[in-house]
Design a protein around this ligand. Sequence first.
Ligand code: KG4
Ligand code: ZN
Length: 330
Amino acid sequence: MLVLGIESTCDETACAIVRDGGEILSNIVSSQIDLHREFGGVVPELACRRHVDILIPVIDEALRTAGITLKDVDLIAVAHGPGLIGALLLGLNTAKSLAFALNKPFIGINHIEAHLYAALMSRHKRVNFPALGVVLSGGHTSLVLMNDIGSYTPIGQTIDDAIGEAFDKVAKILGLPYPGGPEIEALAKEGQEIYPLKPGRVKERPFDFSFSGLKTAALYTLRDNGQSPTIKQDLAASFQKAALTDVVNKTLLAAEKLGCKAIVFGGGVTNNKALRALFEKKNSNLNYIWPAAGLSLDNAAMIAGLAYHRYQQKGSGDSLDLEALTNMPF
Ligand code: KG4
Ligand code: ZN
């Protein structure tokens, strides 16, 4: 089954063609980083305008790269939430129009669920469930019990900033460009973890996260110690260590409590090599499953891949009155 997937939830315009949930024939991602960099974050109106300009060319390129035409596509899939409402509507209505015009089934996908599927794309048959899903992105920080593809129980989430958002905001405090995650990772390599920054604890919810206090602590550390390059390096290292250690500890605790056999990672922050090293250092018996290169940041291959399974499970597509959802429960 050939699935055409569309992703436009935030600041990436993407289209991919995937066969049977795992074979990626094309995975085209047009990033808008250049557009938003001068503002230090995503400007929704600008994101929408860029989606309008390039969504159709990106779809054309995905078809051309895969060596197929629209007639060959069996299912049209789109991320219909969560995300920026205008951006979601553009992808959703494009997908609906294609499905209607071509008389093909159409299906809406949860973007966060797709981030977890990304790691399983080429190897889902080898995952031992139950697994713990860990989504670490610019918009989400979630721990999810995965009993199978499509069967999830939320375990924990952030009560304020997402972890990627915290990286982006601390980067801004340090005068680094957007997106801040890779910038902090690079600066942290030069510094020492000398500042005792502490991530937030959420009363009686051991698997929830709070990163906004960490961000404020970073701001005060810089204010109180000055702005020298060494201080910035040490602050980047200390912030990164505190945020990532919190994720590692809560993840491993949850996995143990829930009897998980594997941990499935998704989202842009899982690109961070220090995070991967911290998990590997823990030497647990858990099978760590990381997304392949090109599948951790926002992309449409994960949308098209997951759509194949949803369609098989459901036995039909979604109705064309499916709505865009800025928030979407797991
Ligand atoms: O998954 P993603 O593309 O978008 C969302 O769905 O939000 O993730 C983007 C986020 C940004 O906040 C970015 O700063 C962060 O992932 N990120 C990183 C790294 N690479 C990207 N954070 C920490 N370390 C990295 N190497
Ligand atoms: Zn994402």
